[in-house]
Design a binder for this molecule. Sequence first.
Ligand SMILES: C[S@@+](CC[C@H](N)C(=O)[O-])C[C@H]1O[C@@H](n2cnc3c(N)ncnc32)[C@H](O)[C@@H]1O
Length: 269
Amino acid sequence: MPKRDVYTHGHQPAVVDQHARRTAERCAAFVRGIISPDFQILDVGCGPASITVGLGKWVPEGTVTGIDIGGDIVEVARSAVEASGLSNVTVEHASVYELPYKDDSFDIVYAHQVMQHLTDPVSALKEMARVARVGGYVAVRDADYYTMSCSPESEMIDEWRRIYCLVARRNGAEPDAGRHLLGWCHQAGLQDVHISASAWSYWTEEDRENWGFSWAERCLTTSFAEQALEYGYATRAELEEIAKGWRAWAKNPSGYFHFINGEALAHVE
Ligand SMILES: C[S@@+](CC[C@H](N)C(=O)[O-])C[C@H]1O[C@@H](n2cnc3c(N)ncnc32)[C@H](O)[C@@H]1O
């Protein structure tokens, strides 16, 4: 296994529970139209595999392989696959920089919210293209943290975003990845690329409370919090104030939050 990048979020429960709410319908809509029921799909950085399982339902005659570099999260992902009852989905421990597959193995090599955590997304995209078959696709979707904003405006949530971006960049990663996907694909030698963008918004009581309370927790109990303290970007007291800001926003029935995700669908030639 090659040297790991630092994963800014960590795999603590507050992170994993939040990610496990994601669905293929919401997160892979930009590839839905090109998927045939017999496709072989690789889901890179699959995390808790809620999207992976959804992809598995879209390819009843095909397969989905999820991979992740985190050992613990691979076990969580395998449990989710087992609970789904799907027999065409498997999860393996691997790094995107060194995929344990032959050239031309998959119809789609997909990664959701992964490029933003890598120190070398271009090498990752090259490796993803290597294992995609000629005529297949590399598909990536990532947030652009710069676009994250809320109503009512919150000084503490702005401060959270500022500190998060400092920590991610100190880790050598790019939190505004969504806007860079086209350039990174070109640098990786992928020239036939279609770009789209789609927004996430949190405003229903359930979504707002989940997003706000989970970020409050993540500011206190996860790798992001540890790194913010270790790198000297925040004190414990400041993180507690930010967590309070998140909770206040989450409890406001008019609370609204949104951001843009960039989406790149690259045809492998
Ligand atoms: C933000 S999570 C996204 C999880 C999932 N794709 C989703 O959207 O719910 C990013 C995942 O990428 C994984 N990851 C980070 N670096 C990786 C690498 N070099 N190779 C494979 N996975 C990696 C992390 O362990 C983490 O589970």
